[in-house]
Design a protein around this ligand. Structure first.
Ligand code: FUB
Length: 591
C-alpha cells in the first residue's frame, strides 16, 4: 500500500497544484491511509461518523475482514478511529461468521444505543448480523448470537440500510437485484415483526440501498446498473413503497466499477458519500477491488428531486468552519496524506505510523488567529527519529517550524517534543512534512500549538479537543494557569485562570480508558466553559473543543456555556453559537 500512496498522492497533487482553489475544499477520496468502500454516515452530537467497509491492501477481488470508522466536524479533516468490528480474528465480532466478505454496513442510534447492521457469509451464504454498542465508536457486541436475516435460498441478502421513522417504526431494507427486501424492526432493533417482504425494485436498482426521509418524501438511493455503477434513486410517500424511480444522482463512468451511496444532512447541508477507484487507478490500469470513499454536497429541487452530480470530484465538499490548532488534535486527523498508515496507539485511539522521509499529512483550514509561538508533537521512535517540518499551503510551502524527533527507545514509547514557531497567524492549510533517513522514522500520536497570548498572559483558558481524548488549556491570565494537556484519551486539560485570578474550574476529564473530557477555565465572574467531551478511541470533538476555546476564560459578566456531551464528541455547533451569542450580549450589556 505504501507505494500506492506515493503514486496516488503524486496523482492527486498533480490535479490540485495547478488549479486555483478558491475555498477550502476536501480532497477526494477522503481517506488515503486505507482502502475504504460502502460509506455509511451517521450524524450524532455535532459530528459525522463515517462507517466504511475495508478493502485490504492486497485485494484483487473482494478481500474484506472488518469495518472501519472515521469522524469529522468539518467534512474535510477526518479522524481515524480504526476497526470497530469484523468477521475475522482479531476483530471477530460475530464468532459464527465464515470469516470473510465483511460487506456494506450501516449504524443507527436509538435510545442511546448504536446498532450496526452488516452483511457477511455464514455457512456459505450471505446473512445480515446486528451488533450493539453504547458509543458510536464501539465496542460493538454481537446482539443476538445469530443472523438477524438468514435465507440460504437467496444470494441477495446484502447491503442493509436502516431507518427510524418519526412514528417510532424502524425499517431494515437490503438487497441486490433481482431482489429488494425489508422487514419492520421491533423497538429493540434486534428483532422484527411480520415476515420478510420482497419489493418490486425501482428501475436500475442494483444493490446498496440507502433509505431516508426528507419533508414528506421517503427516498431510496442505490447503486444503479452494473457495471460500472452510478447512483440512482426512487421516491415514495410511504416507507414501504411503491417506489417510483426518479433518476440518476450520479451517472456511472467507465473509470469506476462500483459505487454505493450514503446520504446525510449535517449542519444544514446535505451530503452524498460513495466511492471510486482513484487511488488504485493511480497505480495501475488493472481493476482491483481497492476502493476509496468520496463525498460531495447534495442539493434538492423544490419538488424534492435531486439534481444530478458529476462523478466524484477531486475536491469534494467545502470545509465547515476552521480547525483550532490550540486544542490537541490527533495526528490521524487528516485531509490528505502521503505514504502513511495508522495503528492502535498504546496511549488510546490511533497513531500515525509507517512514516518515511518525504511523507506528509495535510490538515485543512487551520485558524491560527493572531499567532502561534510553539508546536508540540507527541512522538515515539524505535529508530533514530527524524524531523517534522511544519509548512503552509503545500509540501514545499513556507516552513514555520522544524521539530527534531530523536529515538525514544520504542515505537510506542511516547514523548512530547516542543518546538518554536515563527511567522504563523491566520488561516492556513497545514502540512507536516516528515524528513529523515531511510525506513520508518517515528510514530506520531497528536499535536498542538500554543498561541502567542498564552505566554503573555491573556484572557483565560480554553478547553476541549479537536480529536477527543485530552482537552487543553488555553491562555492563562497573569502568567498562571495556562495550557495543560492530558494523555491520549485519558484526561481533560485545565482551563487557564482569568484576569483577576479567576479559578480553574476543572482540571481533568473522564478517566475511563479511551475517553477524554475537557473543561474550560472559570473566570473571576464565575463564567465557565465545558466542552470537548468524547469517548471511545479518540473521537473527534473539534466542535466542542473549539467552542470551549472560544468561550475560554471566565468573563467578568459571569456567562457560562456548558457544552459537554455524555458521549462521543463535542457540543453541537448551533447550541454553542447560541450560547456564545448570549454571552457576548451579556458582556456588552455589562460594559
Ligand atoms: O463492498 C462489497 C460489496 O460491493 C457491497 O456490499 C456492495 O454494495 C458493493 O459495494
Amino acid at each position: 500500500m505504501k507505494s500506492a500512496y506515493l503514486v496516488a498522492s503524486v496523482f492527486a497533487l498533480g490535479l490540485t497544484m495547478f488549479s486555483a482553489v478558491p475555498e477550502s475544499l476536501a480532497d477526494n477520496p477522503i481517506i488515503q491511509t486505507k482502502f475504504t468502500a460502502d460509506p455509511a454516515p451517521l450524524v450524532h452530537d455535532g459530528k459525522v461518523y463515517l462507517y466504511t467497509s475495508h478493502d485490504e491492501d492486497s485485494a484483487t477481488g473482494f478481500t474484506m475482514y472488518n469495518w472501519l470508522l472515521y469522524s469529522s466536524t468539518d467534512m474535510v479533516n477526518w479522524t481515524d478511529h480504526g476497526i470497530i468490528g469484523g468477521v475475522a480474528d482479531p476483530y471477530k465480532t460475530f464468532k459464527w461468521a465464515d470469516g470473510n466478505n465483511a460487506w456494506a454496513p450501516q449504524v443507527i442510534e436509538r435510545n442511546g444505543k448504536f446498532y450496526l447492521y452488516c452483511p457477511f457469509p455464514k455457512s456459505g451464504h450471505m446473512v445480515i448480523g446486528v451488533a450493539v454498542a453504547s458509543d458510536p465508536a464501539g465496542p460493538f457486541v454481537d446482539a443476538i448470537g445469530a443472523p438477524l436475516i438468514n435465507r440460504a435460498s437467496t444470494s441477495t441478502d446484502i447491503d442493509p440500510t436502516v431507518f427510524l421513522d418519526t412514528d417510532g417504526q424502524a425499517y431494515l431494507y437490503w438487497g441486490h437485484q433481482p431482489k429488494l427486501s425489508y422487514v419492520k424492526l421491533n423497538s429493540d432493533m434486534i428483532s422484527y415483526a411480520g415476515g420478510l417482504v420482497d419489493v418490486t425494485m425501482p428501475q436500475t436498482f442494483e444493490e446498496g440501498p440507502w433509505f431516508y426521509h426528507r419533508n414528506d418524501d421517503y427516498y431510496l438511493a442505490f447503486a444503479s446498473t452494473c457495471c460500472p455503477e452510478g447512483i440512482g434513486y426512487a421516491m415514495s410517500t410511504s416507507p414501504t413503497g411503491p417506489w417510483t424511480y426518479r433518476g440518476s444522482i450520479m451517472d456511472p463512468t467507465s473509470v469506476s466499477s462500483g459505487n454505493h451511496p450514503g446520504i446525510v444532512d449535517f449542519m444544514g447541508t446535505s451530503y452524498v458519500f460513495g466511492f471510486n477507484y482513484a487511488l488504485n487507478a493511480a497505480l495501475t490500469t488493472t481493476h482491483r477491488e481497492r476502493r476509496s470513499v468520496c463525498v460531495e454536497k447534495l442539493a434538492y429541487n423544490p419538488d424534492g428531486t435531486i439534481p444530478k452530480l458529476p462523478f466524484w470530484s477531486t475536491t469534494g465538499a467545502p470545509q465547515i468552519g476552521h480547525l483550532n490548532p490550540y486544542l490537541r488534535t490527533e495526528a490521524e486527523t487528516i485531509a490528505w496524506s502521503q505514504g502513511l498508515k495508522t495503528e492502535v496507539s498504546s496511549e488510546g485511539g490511533m497513531d500515525v505510523t509507517a512514516i518515511e522521509s518525504g511523507d506528509f499529512i495535510k490538515v485543512k483550514g487551520v485558524d491560527f488567529g493572531t499567532g502561534a509561538t510553539s508546536f508540540a508533537a507527541r512522538v515515539a521512535s524505535s529508530a533514530s527519529g527524524g524531523t517534522i517540518e511544519v509548512r503552509l499551503e503545500s509540501q514545499t510551502g513556507t516552513r514555520v517550524a522544524t521539530c527534531t524527533v530523536t529515538g525514544t527507545g520504542g515505537a510506542q514509547t511516547w514523548t512530547t517534543k516542543d518546538c518554536p514557531v515563527s511567522g504563523l497567524s491566520g488561516v492556513h492549510d497545514l502540512y507536516f512534512v516528515f524528513v529523515g533517513g531511510t525506513g520508518s522514522l517515528f510514530n506520531f500520536d497528536w499535536w498542538q500549538f500554543t498561541p502567542e497570548d498564552a505566554a503573555a498572559g491573556g484572557s483565560g483558558g480554553g478547553a476541549g479537543s479537536n480529536a477527543g481524548g485530552a482537552g487543553s488549556g488555553g491562555g492563562a491570565a497573569s502568567g498562571t494557569g495556562g495550557a495543560a494537556s492530558g494523555n491520549a484519551g485519558l484526561g481533560g486539560g485545565a482551563g487557564g485562570s482569568s484576569t483577576g485570578g479567576g479559578s480553574v474550574s476543572a482540571t481533568a476529564g473522564a478517566a475511563t480508558s479511551g475517553s477524554g473530557a475537557a473543561n474550560g477555565g472559570a473566570g473571576s465572574g464565575g463564567g465557565a466553559a465545558s466542552a470537548g467531551r468524547s469517548s471511545g478511541s479518540g473521537a473527534t470533538s473539534n466542535t466542542g473543543g473549539a467552542v470551549g476555546s472560544s468561550n475560554a476564560g471566565g468573563q467578568s459578566s459571569g456567562c457560562a456555556c456548558d457544552l459537554g456531551r455524555s458521549s462521543g464528541g463535542g457540543g453541537g455547533l448551533l447550541t454553542a453559537l447560541a450560547c456564545l451569542a448570549t454571552c457576548t450580549r451579556r458582556r456588552r450589556r455589562s460594559r
